[in-house]
Ligand binder design. Structure first.
Ligand SMILES: Cc1c2[nH]c(c1CCC(=O)O)Cc1[nH]c(c(CCC(=O)O)c1C)Cc1[nH]c(c(CCC(=O)O)c1C)Cc1[nH]c(c(CCC(=O)O)c1C)C2
Length: 357
């Protein structure tokens, strides 16, 4: 299987737009498109733990394909999580229903020396195997995304031991233990670069770096810790994979100023950044924008007097008109929420494809 050539890509809209070329229709996909809002995924989860699905290439492939069978999205994203990296470094992570990821023993200054870098990429080979298998099963229908968390975001979860409103424990390292923080981020940047390279070599056609926790950093901390690591990953990866397309969604306003200098082909933004902030630069910017509809726009209560479907279509059309159709990949500004109606998801995707270029 590994050595068989991958099927030819049929729908290459996303790859085209990432390169700055004009597609036949605007491409659209959704972060967490394989998640809990879909009954098929819930069914799969009934008999398997979250990380069992991630670690079993057959199951990870199956989860990845669920939204592809149901909707006309223009990309698949390999079923996994950003927290498989700390796992490969030797940390325990559990997925607790209703809570999210939990580390029973969060990282401390003392336990940092126990992180096991040796062989980390081979311990993540199951992700590569899932990617290769999925590329074959997709049969070229749409491109397959690989992904990783960025060093700051992965570090936040390792130190906090899970999600947090403030990320104050992780930020304490930046203020009080800057050397240890830098050491940790350097280590993570190295693993993440090698991990993404392994995914690309396994068949990922586009890779995305999630720096979701960047919203907790002010400009100074962002410039000192967030930005250099993101740039470093892009430049090291590009050096090693000249031809690869790389994407980094940055969920914070402060990153908008660096759009052109980040070294990524695509930059994701959330709904708090108005299209006019990047739109004004659409003519001359050299990057593709991904985003940015509020996932709550997909809540479409059937009993409401206003026609929610029409309202959603109108929001999609307005967003696209505001961004302009050049160098735009349509997505939500955040992952789709578990209580979203799959019908609303379909309306969203179809509304994007209905826009004439
Ligand atoms: C489906 C899913 C995922 N992760 C989690 C779930 C739900 C788990 C379940 O079944 O119980 C837990 C899961 N994993 C995580 C969280 C967030 C926890 C928190 O902050 O409270 C949860 C609930 C951590 C995580 N995980 C991820 C990020 C970065 C993007 C973002 O900001 O959403 C982060 C921060 C990335 C991620 N996570 C996942 C993907 C798969 C592909 C797809 O998009 O369909 C991706 C790309 C998959």
């Amino acid at each position: 299987m590994q050595n068989k050539p991958f099927p030819k890509l049929v729908n290459d809209r996303i790859i085209k737009v990432a390169k700055g070329e004009t597609p036949d229709k605007l491409p659209v996909w959704v972060m967490r498109q394989a998640g809990r809002y879909l009954p098929e995924y819930q069914e799969l989860r009934k008999n398997n733990s979250f990380f069992d699905i991630c670690q079993n290439p057959e199951l990870a492939c199956e989860a990845t394909l669920i939204p592809i069978r149901r909707f006309k999205v223009d990309a698949a994203i390999i079923f996994s999580d950003i927290l498989v990296v700390p796992q490969a470094l030797g940390m325990k992570v559990k997925m607790v229903p209703g809570v999210g990821p939990v580390f029973p023993d969060p990282l401390t200054l003392e336990s940092m020396t126990q992180l096991n870098l040796d062989g980390a990429i081979s311990r993540l080979q199951y992700v590569g195997d899932a990617i290769s298998l999925t590329r074959h099963r997709l049969n070229g229908a749409v491109p397959l995304f690989g992904f990783s968390g960025a060093p700051w975001t992965v570090m936040c979860y390792m130190i906090e031991g899970g999600g947090s409103k403030t990320m104050s424990k992780a930020k304490k390292w930046l203020y009080c233990h800057p050397d240890a923080a830098t050491q940790l981020m350097d280590l993570l940047a190295e693993v993440i670069t090698d991990y993404l390279l392994m995914q690309i070599k396994s068949g990922a056609q586009i890779v995305q770096v999630f720096d979701s926790c960047v919203e907790h950093l002010d400009r100074e901390l962002y410039s000192k810790y967030g930005l250099p690591q993101l740039k470093r990953i892009a430049s090291n990866l590009k050096q090693q994979m000249e031809a690869s397309k790389i994407e980094v969604p940055l969920g914070a306003h402060i990153c908008v100023d660096e759009l052109d200098s980040l070294g990524y082909d695509v930059v994701g933004i959330d709904w708090t950044i108005s299209p006019s902030r990047v739109g004004a630069r659409v003519g001359d910017r050299d990057v593709t924008i991904q985003g940015n509809l509020d996932p709550c726009a997909l809540y479409a209560p059937k009993e409401k007097l206003i026609a929610p479907k029409e309202k959603l279509i109108e929001m999609v059309e307005r967003m696209i008109a505001d961004f302009g159709t050049r160098r735009l990949i349509v997505n939500l500004g955040h992952g789709v929420y578990p209580d979203t109606d799959p019908e609303a998801f379909k309306t969203f995707v179809d509304a994007v494809h209905a826009v004439r270029l």
